[in-house]
Design a binder for this molecule. Sequence first.
Ligand SMILES: NC(=O)c1ccc[n+]([C@@H]2O[C@H](COP(=O)([O-])OP(=O)(O)OC[C@H]3O[C@@H](n4cnc5c(N)ncnc54)[C@H](OP(=O)(O)O)[C@@H]3O)[C@@H](O)[C@H]2O)c1
Length: 324
Amino acid sequence: MPPTRQLGNTDIHVTPVAMGCWPITGITSIDVNEADSLATLQAAVDAGINFFDTAYIYGYDGESERMIARALGPQRDRIVIATKCGLHWDENKTQARDARPETIQRECEESLRRLNTDRIDLYYLHAPDPNVPLAESAGAFRELLDAGKIRSVGVSNLSTTAQFEEFHGVCPITASQPHYNMLQREIEADQVPWCVEHDVSLCVYWPLMKGFLAGKLPRDHVWDPKDGRQKYPVFQGEQWDRTHDFLDKLRPLAEESGLTLPQLVIAWTIRRPGITAALCGAKRPDQIRDTAAAMTADLSPDTLSAIDQAIQERGEVASRPAVK
Ligand SMILES: NC(=O)c1ccc[n+]([C@@H]2O[C@H](COP(=O)([O-])OP(=O)(O)OC[C@H]3O[C@@H](n4cnc5c(N)ncnc54)[C@H](OP(=O)(O)O)[C@@H]3O)[C@@H](O)[C@H]2O)c1
């Protein structure tokens, strides 16, 4: 079994590769079906993953949570489930924020029901609500923690250390969930040091930059109109070409290391200081089997420095705040 890592200072231990359970709902991913989704969840467990990342908003009506219960219910005690509240789909199928204490309490009860469980291992505020002071949202998490409905608390999409301080002053934070990958590393400036100092685990999303760093999108890729990724600037124009040039430098490094490209990328990510887990999205069993193998991959010092050089030559990708 792959080695696990401690989540914050709790007694919860997670694998450094978590399965990200957004793609299995098919909202922005194409060619998704329920049989594959359920099989992908089981394949993750079979590949040694014990950590599953979902949210109320994954699926228009909590479908991702329901699938986790269906696929993994009998294995509940072997897995760590992280879910999130404070974001929902409005009547126009647009994401809306609501992190009032009463909403957090209600959404927690609903998630417990959908997940068919008596506790959530890690419960995140999905994103701060500009209309609700963070301390007020944190108060609701504190109550859920004290009531034993959740075992630990996380925050996602916070941008300043002042926000971390405000939340942490009311309710201890165990994990933070920002986006992070080889080309989007802005959290290294302040969020990573704050989290390391306060024993907060970083569980990062988009480690494969929404699949781009998996290296399977050809330069002349023709987008399916339903594929939600094409709206991001990194999938367009000069940014698109420069990232392809970058992937061309990574490919031989992966080959020399006996790894696939996604394995090289994830192996690098989970070795970064302060990073506890990479949340790897997948919609088919072969994808999660592939990324799971990164947990036991070795990267030599020469490979690591060649990766660093390729990253420097590519330059950072401007990040657009995105919540999902
Ligand atoms: N807190 C937040 O606001 C937030 C925001 C975004 C995501 N998340 C979490 O983070 C997770 C990861 O984000 P993500 O799923 O959007 O992006 P991701 O992990 O960066 O990329 C996932 C995509 O990469 C492709 N892929 C994965 N493994 C592959 C492999 N081995 N070979 C080839 N392609 C592979 C698949 O794309 P194809 O569809 O093309 O096959 C998959 O849908 C989510 O599932 C979710 O749990 C959280």
